[in-house]
Ligand binder design. Structure first.
Ligand SMILES: [Fe+2]
Length: 482
């Protein structure tokens, strides 16, 4: 049936071309404020005795297991877990066949107190020297309490390596959070970029703060034990509690969620970078000093120089406070970081900036406001092809509820916004194109609600695209319209 096949092919091409045409991120002024409303579950945390927080059976059984990338290029993971009864070994047995653990890695144990709460024994083990693109099985714990998991290492750094990231922010531990997490796990994404505000444990007082960090660790294990979550810190990680004489910022977070910051020459676990497949991911801290000459500023200045778009075409920035936001909630809170870093985002042609904080979803056009200064009247963002797309995904589902009051009218810089819970995925196809989806939690169902084709800021330029066309583009994505 060659005729039918040709026709089907043509139809598919028209559909795909339309998709590209309709959904490419161009600078237009047709922003959408979704009027969707849903029967929201109450924004209350799941009770501690719920099975969502189930602790594994057995004496000193490892709990709250999670992994993150352990090096710069994806050949290592940091595996972390908690034991409650006694320290036990900080040891990971691992290998490439199930039930056959040929290798062993040893790490360290830490713990901390928060008021009269004493944390369990927190284990952190760096497993390095791994092969790319390989499934590893690992085992932690002792005897009958031992537990086994697996993870898949990413492909080696390659400009055309496809990879699918998930993006989740402000997750918390409500029934809405559970819905987000379960929907994310159906997405097929391989790594989570987490935009800050993890457990919302700081909404509690005294010993309950630590207890809710523990429950959250159990809550995310279903995903985070099997694939890396790339962490960034939000305001709910600060935990400044003078009333109980606990004033060291990020105490719980830093003990529980290690990051590979040394691999990118950072001086703090709160800001760092990793490379994974075809992406270079920069994690910033909205709640650490970032103005000129601070360690974070100086580090970012150097890290941008290390970005090589010939090897990692996709440049992604992850932070907590959005720079462009049109919600009444947290409006303008990102302005100070915008004033410091926005010009660098343009200069280095960042593809996309993911943030959380605002409990709603919003996507910007490519816009910038670098011409504004305190003595200039040019204060409004303008279309800018060098600018990243700014996406806010603070809609994980925490107990503070949705941020439902958008500013009216919708500003020109805002392309799409909706106050619903959900998660996003960024599916990198090759060096020039990635597919982006925002998925709403629609009363228990997952509904793809906002989607577009993201063109790479470096490789999709006219000059490079022409150069590539013969060699790569047609062979990878077929004939498409521009
Ligand atoms: Fe926040």
């Amino acid at each position: 049936m060659p005729g039918a096949t040709k026709m089907q092919s043509s139809v598919l091409q028209v559909i795909f071309t339309s998709f590209v045409f309709l959904s490419s991120v161009n600078n237009g002024y047709a922003g959408t404020t979704s009027t969707f409303t849903r029967k929201e579950w109450p924004s209350i945390d799941i009770p501690l005795d719920n099975e969502a927080f189930a602790v594994p059976e057995g004496y000193n059984a490892p709990q709250q297991v999670h992994i993150t990338q352990g090096d710069y290029d994806g050949k290592a993971v940091i595996i972390s877990w908690v034991t409650a009864d006694e320290p036990g070994p900080s040891r990971v047995q691992y290998g490439i066949s199930k039930n056959r653990y040929d290798f062993t890695a040893e790490g360290k144990m830490t713990n901390y107190t928060m008021y009269r709460y004493k944390s369990g024994f927190i284990h952190q083990v760096l497993v390095d020297g791994l092969e790319h693109d390989t499934k590893y099985y690992y085992k932690i714990g002792n005897g009958e309490s031992a537990r086994e998991f697996w993870f898949q290492t990413p492909p080696k750094i390659d400009p055309d390596a496809p990879y699918k990231f998930g993006i989740i922010g402000d997750l918390g531990q409500t029934y809405n959070s559970l819905s987000t997490l379960e929907h994310y796990m159906q997405s097929g994404a391989q790594t989570v970029l987490f935009a800050g505000d993890l457990a919302y444990a700081d909404r509690y007082q005294y010993n309950d703060v630590g207890i809710r960090w523990d429950s959250w660790g159990c809550f995310i294990e279903r995903s985070a034990a099997y694939q890396p979550w790339i962490w960034s810190a939000g305001n709910h990680e600060i935990e400044y509690f003078p009333y109980m004489d606990e004033v060291i910022p990020f105490k719980s977070y830093l003990h529980r969620y290690p990051t590979p910051y040394l691999a990118s020459k950072s001086s703090s676990p709160l800001w760092y970078a990793i490379r994974r497949a075809s992406a270079h991911i920069i994690v910033l801290s909205s709640y650490s000093p970032f103005v000129k000459y601070t360690p974070q500023w100086r580090w970012l200045n150097e890290e941008f120089k290390r970005v090589n778009r010939e090897k990692t075409p996709w440049l992604i920035v992850l932070m907590h406070v959005p720079i462009y936001n049109s919600n009444e909630a947290h409006f303008m809170e990102g302005e100070s970081m915008r004033a410091v870093f926005e010009s660098w985002f343009l200069k280095h042609k960042v593809d996309v900036v993911f943030a959380g904080h605002v409990h709603a979803y919003e996507r910007s056009y490519r816009i910038s406001n670098v011409h504004y200064n305190v003595s200039s009247g040019q204060h409004y963002p303008v279309p800018d092809k060098s600018a990243p797309v700014y996406i806010t995904v603070g809609d994980g589902g925490n107990q503070e509820g949705l941020a439902g009051r958008f500013r009216d009218p919708q500003p020109d810089y805002s392309a799409f916004r909706e106050a619903s819970y959900g998660h996003s995925t960024l599916e990198i196809r090759n060096r020039t194109h990635a597919l982006y989806h925002w998925n709403r939690n629609d009363d228990g169902n997952k509904v793809a609600t906002d989607s577009f084709v993201l063109r790479n800021q470096y490789w999709a330029s006219n000059r490079r695209r022409r150069k590539l066309r013969k060699n790569h583009l047609r062979s990878v994505v077929g004939p498409i319209a521009y």
